[in-house]
Design a binder for this molecule. Structure first.
Ligand SMILES: Cc1ncc(C[n+]2csc(CCOP(=O)(O)OP(=O)(O)O)c2C)c(N)n1
Length: 554
């Protein structure tokens, strides 16, 4: 057995059975070894950002890592943004990055670079394998580390001669250590805080947002009157009819402050203490209200669901009936298409057990509202804020869950970062319906231009500045782009066309693409006033504040 064959068997034995690849010469022995391992599915991508984003989407839905196969430092670098998103979402990925043969390094050939430095930015564990005999052990350690708690990105660098030499020995996955549950004294202190009668909320992230965590949290909320929040961009949240509904913290810090206003205790469950996405002149970065104590029920290295169950038991809430979201759907939208109507149509038509990949940016603000009571589904979101995640995530999710429909909602700007994912969807015949919300703009950045105070005198912005946020010249034709990569593609400009296109797409196996031509979702708002309006929400009458909140929260 050569090194590559031993590595391949080790990965498959450890349950890593999908490899998203974009190979080069230094990875050819790994590529050849694919034919020796029938359990490994190899999925070619046309850009490394698609490979890494697909591995991310796969792991979020499969609950175990995929491998990527990347070509030296440059290939890894191309995949970095989506590895960053995976790292922030605590998603396991095992990168296999080919390198020059060890004796070739001294020549500093064209593709030579410092791979470890590129890898370290996103990988907790990085190793350049130095011997064929040890390669499989290194691989087993890479998989086990990726699957630890919290899950992480690991990078195994594979010199070509380590890969091609004989003497490979497959290795078994080391036993995984179970994460600990919060100690009794922590549970007691949190229970006392909850029972103090002061305003308290649980802020849940990562693994806490799946059914067992949601049910335990809802029981605690019913019993003890605490509020439940989800982190702003969940890795994967289970929601819809029959599950407890949890409000997400808003992207806009002004709104998040309204949501957290008056809290005296904030209890973190596998979530970070809330901070503003960016800094804004004169605004706080830390969103924890003054006088609020932050408690940690589960850190990322602890068992979040175990902690919630233990707390529920302590509060005598384990037999309490959780509050479950009832089944409701919005009406079928009509008339000229808008982003809001796209979200409404999705809520109206969403099939059972769908996986929504949400990178719709400003066009998706109404999505959580309209899908709240839809049949039970999963949503994966942009955990690290690096756009270009949506289409690749959809590839991975569809491979992880071939029996579930995947619906990717992606802004036109975001779609263009990793548009090559459409080709992989067509090649692998994935059941993905991609909706690209074409508002011909980086719309969110128009909001940000004003929020950071970068607008010129009088609050206006100049032509050059505006042109950096404009995608209309020339316009992008997503129907032609999709069709050219083998994806059945249509355009909708009315709600009626969109409803029909979505119904057709959901009825027949994918992939499908619908280009939804929509105006900027925030165009109607007086943007210059937005920060001011938002910061004064707390003082508005509740129904009005709720309405605005629904309009602008992601
Ligand atoms: C890797 C990366 N590059 C750039 C950005 C900055 N950025 C944030 S949102 C955005 C535009 C998104 O445009 P689109 O997907 O069309 O959504 P819209 O804002 O129009 O709703 C950009 C460029 C980013 N977040 N990540």
């Amino acid at each position: 057995m050569n090194g590559a064959q031993a590595l391949m068997k080790t990965l498959a034995d450890a349950g890593v059975t999908v490899c998203f690849s974009n190979p080069g010469t230094s990875e050819m022995h790994f590529v050849a070894a694919l034919d020796h391992e029938p359990r490994m599915r190899a999925v070619l991508t046309l850009f490394e950002g698609v490979a890494t984003g697909a591995a991310d989407g796969y792991a979020r839905m499969a609950g175990k890592p995929a491998a990527t196969l990347l070509h030296l430092g440059c290939g890894l670098g191309n995949g970095l943004a989506n590895l960053h998103n995976a790292r922030k979402g605590r998603v396991p990925i095992v990168n296999i990055v080919g390198d020059h043969a060890t004796h070739h390094v001294q020549y500093d050939a064209q593709l030579q670079s410092d791979i470890e430095t590129v890898a370290r930015n996103v990988s907790k564990w990085v190793r350049t394998s130095s011997s064929t005999a040890e390669l499989a052990n290194d691989a087993a350690e890479a998989v086990a580390t990726a699957m630890s708690t919290p899950a992480q990105v690991t990078t195994l660098i594979l010199p070509a001669d380590v890969s091609w030499s004989e003497g490979g020995v497959p290795a078994a996955l080391p036993t995984l250590v179970l994460p600990p549950v919060a100690e009794d004294d922590v549970i007691d202190a949190i229970a006392r805080a909850i029972q103090s009668g002061e305003k308290t909320a649980l802020l849940m992230g990562a693994r806490a947002l799946r059914e067992p965590g949601l049910l335990a949290a809802s029981r605690i909320a019913v019993k003890a009157g605490v509020k439940l929040f989800a982190e702003v961009f969940p890795t994967r949240i289970e929601r819809g009819a029959g599950l407890p509904h949890v409000e997400r913290i808003a992207y806009l810090a002004e709104l998040a402050s309204v949501q957290l206003h008056g809290l005296k205790h904030l209890i973190l469950v596998d979530a970070k203490s809330p901070v503003s996405f960016f800094a804004y002149p004169g605004k706080a970065s830390d969103l924890v209200p003054e006088g609020c104590t932050v408690h940690t029920l589960a850190s990322p290295s602890q068992d979040a669901v175990g902690g919630l169950s233990k707390l529920a038991q302590k509060l005598g809430a384990d037999a309490v009936q959780p509050v479950l979201q009832s089944a409701t759907r919005p009406e079928r939208p009509k008339g000229k298409l808008t982003a809001e109507k796209v979200c409404k149509a999705v809520g109206h038509l969403l099939p059972e057990r769908a996986i929504i990949v949400d990178e719709a940016q400003t066009s998706g603000v109404m999505l959580p509202h309209f899908t709240k009571g839809a049949p039970r589904h999963d949503v994966v979101t942009l955990t690290g804020g690096a756009i270009g995640q949506g289409l690749p995530n959809a590839v991975g999710a569809a491979i992880a869950c071939p029996d579930r429909p995947v619906l990717a909602l992606v802004g036109d700007g975001s779609a263009m970062y990793t548009i090559q994912a459409l080709w992989t969807m067509a090649r692998e015949r994935l059941n993905v319906t991609t909706v690209i919300l074409n508002n011909k703009s980086y719309a969110i950045l128009n909001v940000e231009l004003q929020r950071v105070g970068a607008t010129g005198q009088g609050g206006g912005s100049g032509e050059k500045a505006r042109s950096q946020l404009d995608l209309s010249n020339p316009g992008l034709d997503f129907v032609q782009l999709g069709a050219s990569m083998g994806v059945h593609s249509v355009r909708a400009t009315t709600a009626e066309e969109f409803n029909t296109a979505l119904e057709n797409a959901l009825r027949s196996p994918g992939p499908h693409l619908i280009e939804a031509v929509v105006p900027n979702a925030f165009a109607g708002l007086k943007l210059r006033l937005l920060p001011h309006v938002l910061s004064s929400l707390a003082s508005l009458p509740q129904p009005l504040a709720q309405l605005i909140k629904r309009k602008v929260s992601p």
